[in-house]
Design a protein around this ligand. Structure first.
Ligand code: TYM
Length: 333
């Protein structure tokens, strides 16, 4: 069966972009012919400093987010990356396939490192090789992600192609990112030119999955917008990043197209649209956050679920890693 793999970093609480750009679609993909494998990528999280006292809780929070949103740990394989050591091993092998020049072109590293590239961990720099390992360890061909991960998935394809070419095999498949829908790049609520992220400096710029109804309403009420009302047609969103973002969020939450949202709210002022958006967000998110809280009350149960998933993941990963080492001429495994 064809496989889907995707992952989320436990580097902070889940935010709305993770839900709309990733988890919501992961859930839908369980109903396709693909085998679905979803991971909490803790080894990626530690490419920047994580307090060891907090990381377990964040790993469980991401797992709870997956489960609460509707990932069924029977139908999908749900686990955390560190529990399947094959990820780190294949990442090392890929470090020896990927080229330094390829890493130098990664925009995410440049954005995260800023002017301080020399001070970043070597792991942050090699991050895309670990991500390629995550995907190719399962011979996954389709990777649902938000827009910001597109370049990393394309690099995965380059690593697979170079491996196949250098070792004269047809072993790793071609992967493609699956980026579909209106909210593949949810923007920061205070600045429509920056993406919403777990680690942005102000909490007002993002909706956290665990925010309560009042907080969600307040954040949308204070979201930055321009002075114009909603346009009459979708073309009218051109050059209005904040307006577009709120319309896209509304569209994704309601499973409508942005065009349909505009048609329904044509000419509305923000004083009317923002409360409607907040109500919609609360209606869709409150059941998920409620279930997350319930699940987080029993961390041991989450750990058991993850451990069962890790066992199933390893059953697929181990033979693929073994074959990779054989192809490369490594003995003794
Ligand atoms: P991470 O943890 O930053 O984000 C998890 C997923 O959420 C999406 N996302 C967004 N989508 C829309 N708008 C936003 N503002 C937004 N913010 C985040 C991301 O695109 C992603 O799909 N490198 C990955 C994790 C990873 C991975 C993998 C993904 C590791 N190995 C293998 C796929 C396959 C990351 O940092 O995601």
């Amino acid at each position: 069966t064809p496989r889907i793999f995707s992952g989320i970093k436990p580097s902070g609480g889940l935010q709305l972009g993770n839900y709309l750009g990733a988890i919501k679609r992961f859930v839908q993909m369980q109903d396709t012919d693909f085998e679905t494998i979803y991971c909490v990528v803790d080894l990626h999280a530690i490419t920047v400093w994580q307090d060891p006292a907090e990381l377990p809780g964040m790993t469980r929070e991401v797992a709870a987010g997956y489960l609460a949103a509707g990932i069924d740990p029977e139908r999908s394989i749900l686990f955390n990356q560190a529990a399947v050591h094959e990820h780190a091993e294949l990442a090392w092998l890929f470090n020896c396939v990927a080229r330094v020049g390829w890493m130098n072109r990664m925009t995410q590293f440049k954005e995260k490192a800023g002017k301080n590239a020399e001070k970043q961990s070597l792991g942050l720099y090699a991050y895309p090789a670990l991500m390629a390992a995550d995907i190719l360890l399962y011979h996954a061909t389709h990777v649902p992600v938000g827009e910001d991960q597109k370049q990393h998935v394309e690099l995965t394809r380059d690593i697979a192609a170079k491996f196949n070419h250098d070792y004269k095999v047809d072993f790793f498949p071609e992967t493609q990112p699956v980026i579909e829908g209106p909210a593949m790049r949810v923007m920061n609520l205070r600045d429509g030119t920056k993406k919403m992220s777990k680690s942005g400096e102000s909490d007002m710029e993002r909706i956290n999955m665990l925010d309560d109804a009042d907080t969600i309403a307040k954040k949308f009420r204070k979201a930055r917008t321009d002075a114009e009302p909603l346009p009459e047609t979708a073309e009218g969103l051109e050059g209005r990043p904040e307006a577009r973002n709120l319309v896209d969020i509304y569209a994704a939450l309601s499973d409508m197209t942005p065009e349909a949202v505009i048609a329904e709210h044509a000419g509305a002022g923000w004083g009317a649209f923002k409360p409607a958006l907040a109500d919609l967000a609360v209606e869709k998110l409150a059941p998920i956050s409620g279930e997350m809280r319930r699940l987080l009350d029993d961390p041991a149960e989450i750990d058991r679920t993850l451990a069962r998933g890790a066992e199933r993941a390893r059953a697929i990963a181990a033979p693929i890693l073994k074959r990779t080492t054989e192809i490369m001429g490594l003995i003794g495994r």
